[in-house]
Structure formats: C-alpha cells, structure tokens
Design a protein around this ligand. Structure first.
Ligand SMILES: *Cc1c(COP(=O)(O)O)cnc(C)c1O
Length: 355
C-alpha cells in the first residue's frame, strides 16, 4: 500500500483522485548503535532509510500525491527542476500515469544514477548552463506559461505527501522522537516533516514534538549564512542549492520546534558517509549523510549533553537518510582504495585477503 492509501484521512485526496502510486513509503527505521555510541549515553539513534523508496529517495512520497492531483486536475504533463532525485521520481510517476514529464537540470551537476533514471523512464531531460536555482526559475516560468504542472516541492501536494514520513516514525516509535535531523537543500522536506509532526499531535496520535535539526552543506548554506549563495558548492549534489524555495518555512520549523539549522563540511559529510556504510551497513548518497554528520558535530559541541541526566528513558534521535548510495556510485569509488589485481592463483588471493 502506498502513502495515499495508508494516510488517506490526513491527505488532500478524495474518492475522485486517481491514485498513481508505486507503493512508496513504509521505509525501515533502523537502530544505529555505532552512531549512538558516538553521541553519548542516554540516546538512541534511528535511521529512516528513505533510499528504500521505489526510485531510491524520499521524493516518491511527495510525487505520488503531486502526480495523482495533477492527473485529477486534468494535466497531461508535469515539469520540474532537479538536482537529480526529483527528476528520477517525477519521471517514474509520470510514466506510471502515462503523462509527459519535462526535467530541467544543471549541466554536469547530476549524479549518474539519477540521470539514468529520468532518461530510462522516458522524461524529456534538458540540461541548462546554470545551477539548480537557475533551473528552478525556468521551470517556474515554463509552468506559469504552458499547461504543465510544476512538481517541485513548492507544489503543496509534494509537502503533503512527504509529511507521511513523520507519521511513520511516530507509528514505529509509539511517540515522536526528541530530535529529528535531516539535510536541508530546497527546504521542502524539513517543512514537510514539521507539518507532519504537528498534524499528528493535533490528531492526538502523538503527544510531543521533536526539535528539528537541519543541516546544510558548508558551501551551500544560505539559511545558516543568512543570505543567498550565488555559487553553491558541495559534493553532496542533492543539497547544492543557494536559494531554497522553502527558506521561510524552514526557519519556522527551526524556531517553532526550538531546533537549529547548522552546516557541515564536505569532509564531515564524507566521514559520516563512510561510517554509515562501513560500521552500520547502510549505503546512502552523500547528501543523506549530512544528517548524521550534523548530529556528530553537535555532539562534539556538547549539544546533546545538556540538562537533566540521568534520563529515565533513552532519548530518540531520528536521522533521515534521504537517498540511496547507488545513486552516486562515482563518489563511493572515489573515496576508497581501488581493489588490487593479482594473478589467478589461490596464494595471490590469500595474500591480498590478509589471511
Ligand atoms: C531532495 C533531496 C534533499 C534535500 O531535500 P529538500 O527538500 O530540497 O531540502 C536531500 N537529500 C536527498 C537525497 C534529496 O534527494
């Protein structure tokens, strides 16, 4: 069952809405003790593995609602600007709905797996000589002037679908976590999670709200720096965004929840990326590792040590792992030693295996 069927009563759909889904959602929430040990006693760390959605990122949660509503409203085409995952998801759901999908991407700035997805699902992919923010400007103008529905996260149905991840976390833990950490790019997801937690509490399905901890890449941290970044730079391409569309909403989520938005360097991102793969067994794309890099940074600063210890019950920190590692295999290859090549002899293999 996809997120529309599971959370129908909390989504803007009716009997008339054609449900275009790929059974997205219901992703694993796994415990990561190696990370928790680095945070300190008294904490559980949970990883919400959104890379296990049908197209390999959380974007599917929003796309099922956005594309279903587009079809309900009679659209025969959708369009988006993308750092990669939005286009992969839009292309898949448009294929499922048998409608056209137009994708505007920054040239040379998309991870290979994501580009392959958009193309094989049959989207019309157009690369521009510019960055994501330029691409979004064009997609907005295009969808203003032509009968094409914009499915970037400024489309409110995207946010509606993405908020279901908060519901799943609360359902799994039996309560809201104390802290919720995630990477921030265009800031749609932090907006969606916060909306989801608040709605679940209003409905009485949880009693508390988490502190929202958003993390931007240091070279693309407009919210942290307080101004637009003209030329955002980071190897975490999914969050290489200099002028987030949901900037204000991200600040509201931060302030209302008593949380924070901070930045992590590319080195810190890669360290967390390797920790997740090597010690926890979860392969994510670099942007996803920003959530874990962020809580490790805050732990070093003493952020989690505060207040009333000893705690009666461990506190929960949920980190969203937004996308799958296979999206960007080049990055993995680049940051490890290349495998040795030896003669086809057992003794050579045994020697190299260190046995
Ligand atoms: C889209 C995306 C993000 C950023 O999410 P926003 O809603 O733009 O803040 C982070 N990680 C991955 C893997 C993404 O695809």
């Amino acid at each position: 069952m996809g997120v529309i069927e599971r959370y129908r009563d909390l989504l803007p759909v009716s009997e008339k809405t054609p449900v275009i889904d790929l059974e997205e959602g219901s992703t694993p929430l796994i415990k990561a003790d190696p990370v928790a040990e680095m945070i300190g006693p008294g904490y559980n760390v949970w990883l919400k593995c959104e890379g296990l959605n049908p197209t390999g990122s959380f974007k599917d949660r929003g796309m099922t609602v956005a594309v279903s509503k587009a079809v309900e409203e009679g659209s025969s085409a959708v369009a988006c600007a993308s750092t990669g995952n939005t286009s992969a998801s839009a292309a898949a759901y448009a294929a499922r709905a048998k409608i056209k999908c137009i994708v505007v991407i920054p040239e040379g700035a998309i991870a290979l797996g994501k580009l392959a997805q958009a193309l094989i699902h049959g989207a019309r992919v157009i690369a521009i000589r510019g960055n994501f923010d330029d691409a979004l400007g064009i997609a907005r103008e295009l969808t203003d002037k032509y009968p094409v529905k914009l499915v970037n996260s400024i489309n409110p149905y995207r946010i509606e679908g993405q908020k279901t991840a908060s519901f799943e976390i609360c359902d799994h833990l039996g309560r809201a976590p104390e802290y919720h950490a995630l990477p921030v790019g265009n800031a749609g997801n932090i907006t969606a999670y916060w909306k989801g937690y608040k709605e679940y509490r209003e409905k009485g399905r949880t009693h508390a709200l988490p502190k929202m901890l958003g993390f931007q890449a240091a070279g693309a941290a407009p919210i942290v720096e307080g101004h637009v970044i003209e030329h955002p730079e980071t190897l975490a391409t999914a969050i290489r965004i200099g002028n987030p569309a949901s900037w204000k909403q991200a600040e509201e989520a931060r302030d209302e929840s008593g949380g924070l938005i901070d930045k992590v360097t590319d080195d810190e991102i890669i360290e967390a990326y390797r920790l997740l793969a090597g010690e926890v067994g979860v392969f994510v794309e670099p942007a996803s590792a920003a959530s874990v890099a962020g809580i490790l940074k805050k732990a070093k600063e003493g952020y989690f040590r505060s207040a009333d210890e000893p705690v009666p019950q461990k506190r929960d920190i949920v980190c969203v792992l937004t996308g799958h590692g296979l999206k960007d295999p080049d990055r993995a290859i680049k940051c490890v030693e290349q495998p040795p090549v030896v003669e086809a002899k057992l003794e050579d293999v045994v020697r190299e295996a260190g046995l």
